[in-house]
Design a protein around this ligand. Structure first.
Ligand code: NDP
Ligand code: GUE
Length: 295
């Protein structure tokens, strides 16, 4: 029987450390970390994530500001708001919730965020730093950073000799996750929708990370016995009466084979929020000219 990795517990130890770092920054400099979350439109799932981010920011002692813009917001309005947040010294972290409504282009908005405030790690500067092996001076995308902490709980800091497979190649998750695994010495394969015989590729993985957005796609016979399974997928499916959340991994059949596995909910999701808090306090320390804590 496998270990079920408790993402909630790991996340609360990160947020406890963030709260402590927030307190000591405020006592020594008077600076309170400021996080601005921007959401456009009225997708209920996006609003639910954003609300939990804002709530956690308050719990960590941050100055938390949420900008909810109407569906009809123009590209210009959105970029103007980002420019104001870039210029606001009380704001240390800016997150624009994705996806944006179809009429808006995400990439120019993301790239207009100051890299020092880009707590999602999506700017070319932050993405480039992890691609070149600089894991300490930029900001790392929250979900891969959180998933990596869970991997390290099982395997330690050095993944030498282990095969890691990441399914998914998005800028938000798959690419940075692959780079973090590589930086930790894993032998990394990135699979995607054009991969031939995905099941065979996955069977080779000592660490299998699924970030696809397809409910319960990874089956028992895709998994090497004893492998560590990190399920990033968040899929809402119809359940008995009401909808329920499932990952990209068929948990019930995979967990007896895996060595360790993250559940959905309660796995990677809470870590994403915790690492967003970590990135915000790191950005605030840097803005105050203080050496930033590590998480
Ligand atoms: N837990 C958390 O905190 C977070 C969870 N998520 C969840 O993770 C999942 C992925 O998110 P994200 O990376 O943003 O999604 P994207 O839609 O940007 O990327 C999905 C990736 O999956 C690949 N893919 C799609 N279908 C298949 C298939 N049949 N076989 C193999 N690969 C496939 C795509 O390939 P191709 O590139 O070829 O199209 C793409 O690279 C979603 O469920 C999302 O909700 C995301 C962020 C945070
Ligand atoms: N710019 C941007 N950055 C993101 O990081 C980002 C984004 N846009 N858009 C959407 C995805 C998704 N995402 C999640 C965060 C937390 C949970 C989370 O806390 N999940 C809980 C359950 C929540 C529930 O019950 O609905 C869990 O898995 O236990 C899930 C998903 C961040 N994303």
């Amino acid at each position: 029987m496998s270990v079920v990795i408790d993402g909630k517990e790991a996340a609360s130890s990160v947020t406890a450390a963030v709260s402590e770092a927030t307190g000591s920054l405020e006592r020594s400099t008077g600076v309170k970390p400021g996080l601005a979350v921007v959401i456009v439109g009225d997708d209920p799932a996006s609003h639910a994530y954003v609300n939990s981010k804002s709530k956690m920011a308050k719990q960590c002692g941050f100055n938390s500001i949420q900008h909810s813009l109407p569906q009809k917001t123009t590209q210009q309005d959105l970029e103007k708001l980002v420019a104001e947040l870039n210029a606001d010294p009380a704001i240390h972290g800016i997150l624009v919730q994705l996806p944006l409504p179809k009429h808006l282009k995400a990439e120019p908005v993301i790239q207009s965020i100051s890299p020092e405030k880009d707590v999602d790690g999506l700017s070319v500067v932050n993405a480039g730093k992890i691609a070149t092996g600089d894991l300490s001076t930029g900001l790392i995308s929250c979900t891969p950073a959180g998933a990596m902490l869970l991997v390290k709980r099982i395997h330690g800091d050095d993944l030498s000799g282990l095969n890691a497979v990441v399914i998914g190649r998005s800028n938000l998750f798959g690419k940075p996750m692959a780079l973090l695994l590589l930086a930790a010495n894993a032998t990394v394969t990135v699979a995607h929708s054009k991969t031939k015989d995905l099941a065979a590729v996955c069977r080779d993985a000592d660490i299998l990370v699924a970030a696809v957005g397809r409910p319960q796609m990874v089956k028992a016979d895709w998994v090497k016995p004893g492998a560590t399974i990190i399920d990033v997928g968040i899929n809402r499916v119809a359940g008995e009466g009401k909808s329920r959340l499932v990952g990209d991994v068929a948990f019930a059949e995979v967990s007896p084979i895996a060595g360790a596995i993250t559940p959905v909910p309660g796995g990677v999701g809470p870590m994403t929020i915790a690492m967003l808090m970590a990135n915000t306090v790191i950005a605030a320390y840097r803005a105050a000219g203080k050496p930033a804590p590590r998480f």
